[in-house]
Design a protein around this ligand. Structure first.
Ligand code: P53
Length: 476
């Protein structure tokens, strides 16, 4: 068998994308509670407060807050060994800077985790998944402020202490490297709770706030290990391998530089220091960042146990003669890869890229890998009899799991688990849509908020159940 005994088959979600109950149980607002609905070609907007006449898809989402019991029964029916979700920071610390946590919020996750465990499913938990408490954004400017280290570490300690006997696998920050695309202010908002000001140097701002996050992550790892030495605490990286468009030497170097720029985060998490390329970049730019000796010591002492990563697509880039320093700018330097197809949202589908990524991580870092997100956002059609024939989704997963097997069997990669994204349909992070569906479980709700919220099984539900039952041997 390719996958080892105890392989963590499961599914992944994030609190703000499925819970709803945005103002229940003493929860404070998060930045995602004031993010509007977009569409395939319209961006979500951050409105700062809840404004009349705007539509906020996360307020109700799929109402997992009240319906999780039935959903867990469906996960158990598929045979899930684990379920990755996040803890909504603002359920535990409603404004983010309190000294004492909100007991009702803690209790909600106690009940949720107990229910999962009673079904033989272990919770895999992300502490911060694109949902900073709104007040931290308003009062402190989000992660542009060093004070957030203290707030985050307090939140992490409370969670580690409370759930130390229920959760083993943790991740600190979801897709911490997505903000490399700092010219897109949306990524600074979701990752770091930062509202960009007119004329601000976003590149410097990104490196500064990322530094505070990396220090907070490292301190949290240390605190977690004190609370339970058996914890496995990982980082979470958005993996999009960047290929050179041709074998022209400059294109090869450009792709290499792009990879450094997008993935140095992993080096800091795993090795505990900033690699040479990033230090050289800061020197060239003249960035004088707030980085103390204590920070550097914290980074070195708080390295992670495994690499969690998401994988949806690969990118492609080429060098432009007007770019003497081989600086990678994601909004400018990405080009289409003519050898791969793309989803309806333009995400390039590349199963071999998953094997490539697993090899890359292993060669660079020699740590266990956990694929904590992978999947296809697609339009699903409900037939008259209620069935949903999502063979395109089955094909996507079959192709990706096949590459995972090759990485394990032929390349020696140490893979501990696989949690497909949005195992139950939920609100899209980037567009706020419901109709961009990832699930094995269909949720009756569309982009116009119509529907009963009823759950039903897609064809992929039965397929994934068989995959888990055979530990990935039967992919037919
Ligand atoms: P949606 C960008 C690129 C790759 C993954 O995304 C990304 C993003 C940011 O949207 O995010 C992850 O819902 C993220 C999830 C998100 C999922 O991918 O935009 O960790 O929260 O839902 C899929 O289709």
């Amino acid at each position: 068998m390719a996958f080892k005994e105890g392989f963590l088959w499961g599914g992944a979600v994030a609190a703000h994308q499925l819970e709803g109950g945005y103002n229940e149980g003493g929860k404070g607002l998060s930045v995602m509670d004031v993010a509007t609905k977009g569409g395939p070609h319209t961006r979500r907007r951050y409105t700062g407060d809840i404004l009349p006449g705007e539509s906020y898809p996360n307020h109700e989402a799929i109402d997992f807050y009240h319906r999780y019991h039935g959903d867990i029964e469906l996960f158990a029916e598929m045979g899930f060994k684990c379920f990755r979700t996040s803890i909504a920071w603002s359920r535990i610390f409603p404004e983010g800077d309190e000294l004492e946590p909100n007991e009702e919020g803690l209790k909600f996750y106690d009940d949720l985790f107990d229910d999962l465990i009673a079904h033989g499913i272990q919770p895999v938990i992300t502490l911060s998944h694109f949902e900073m408490p709104l007040m931290l954004t308003k009062r402190y400017g989000g992660w542009r402020n060093r004070k957030c280290i203290e707030f985050f570490v307090r939140f992490a300690k409370v969670c580690f202490e409370r759930y130390k006997d229920k959760v083993t696998y943790w991740m600190t920050f979801n897709e911490i490297n997505n903000q490399t695309n700092y010219k897109d202010s949306w990524s600074l908002l979701t990752n770091s709770g930062i509202i960009v000001e007119e004329g601000e140097d976003c590149e410097k701002l990104m490196y500064q706030s990322v530094h505070y996050e990396l220090v907070a992550s490292a301190l949290a790892v240390q605190e977690g290990k004190k609370i339970n030495p058996d914890f496995k605490i990982g980082c979470m990286i958005a993996m999009t391998p960047i290929y050179p468009a041709t074998c022209k030497p400059e294109d090869i170097l450009m792709a290499h530089k792009a990879m450094e720029r997008r993935f140095f985060f992993t080096t800091v998490h795993v090795r505990g220091y900033y690699p040479e390329c990033i230090q050289a970049l800061w020197a060239r730019r003249g960035f004088d960042l707030d980085i103390t000796d204590d920070d550097l010591a914290a980074l070195a002492a708080g390295t992670v146990d495994y690499i969690g990563f998401s994988y949806y697509m690969s990118f492609c880039t080429e060098w432009n003669p007007e770019n003497p320093h081989f600086d990678y700018d994601e909004t400018r330097d990405l080009i289409r890869n003519k050898y791969v197809k793309a989803s309806d949202w333009g995400w390039q589908i590349d199963p071999v890229g998953l094997r490539y990524s697993m090899n890359w991580f292993t060669d660079m870092y020699h740590l266990p890998l956990f694929i904590v997100e992978n999947g296809l956002g697609a339009y699903d059609k409900v037939e008259e009899d209620g069935s949903i024939h999502d063979d395109y989704r089955i094909d996507y997963f079959r192709d990706h799991i096949t590459q995972m097997k090759l990485a394990v069997e032929e390349d020696g990669v140490d893979l501990i688990g696989y949690t497909p994204w949005g195992c139950i349909d939920l609100v899209s992070a980037s567009t706020g849509e419901m109709d961009k569906r990832y699930g094995f479980i269909y949720v009756d709700k569309n982009n116009n908020d119509e529907g009963t919220l009823e759950r039903s099984k897609k064809d992929s539900f039965y397929w994934y159940k068989k995959v888990i039952a055979t530990n990935g041997e039967d992919l037919a």
